[in-house]
Ligand binder design. Sequence first.
Ligand code: SAH
Length: 244
Amino acid sequence: MGGPKLLLTKDGEKFFIKDSSRDYDNQYGRLLKKDLEQKPGTVITSNTGVSFAVIDPTFIDRFEKIKRAPQIITLKDIGLIIAETGINRESKVVDGGAGSGALCCMLANVCGEVTSYEIRDDFFAVAKKNKEMLGLKNLQVKKGDLYQGIDEKDVDAITLDLPEPWKVLAHAAQSLKIGGWIVSYSPTVPQMMDFVGGLVGNKGFVHIKTVELIQRDWDVDGRKVRPKTTQIVHTGFLTFGRRV
Ligand code: SAH
């Protein structure tokens, strides 16, 4: 009793409750401890009459609670990195900079072993705290400069979210398995161009493709069915290369 719970309104609004052994207040009123402790699937009601379904939180619910320091990579971009490279529970992945740890935590949720490098002490601490909150034992957050080198060998994929990712290519070639992937996420065109230039100019790599993924969220509410009027328009470019 007293573990974390997730409450969902009919509209899909989420409330994460860290400790269900106490009453919980939100903008819809008060929910009582005896209700919060009901088994998953129970519908409970606040003192103002709003209903919530109780469920047990899963990885994504806890992930949404990570502390954010630098800008994180979005779920759409993370999804494509995982799908395009086909990395899975057998894969060894190197990532950096860890930043808030969003990408490396998501990678560790599906991969065998992940090491993420971070140069700054403050962000290193944030990423480490997020990894611990999520209980990811297969993720190592490492203090280090990815421009200087990569210790890991025989790596299946390297993911980069760095200001100057092309500076990693020379030693990335030494760390990656033949056929392994290098993926770089960059918000701006010059960064993306210089990374592609680096791949093309390096005999150890081929440039597979560069994509920008655009997600449009929609309102689907009765007859009001249309794209949401305000959206995130741009996140970044994803460049995929392979070690040959
Ligand atoms: N992908 C991360 C966000 C990374 S932000 C996420 O999803 O949460 C970019 C990070 O790279 C910053 O934290 C920055 O400190 C770090 N960084 C910049 N240069 C670096 C380098 N040479 N080696 C390692 N980390 C670096």
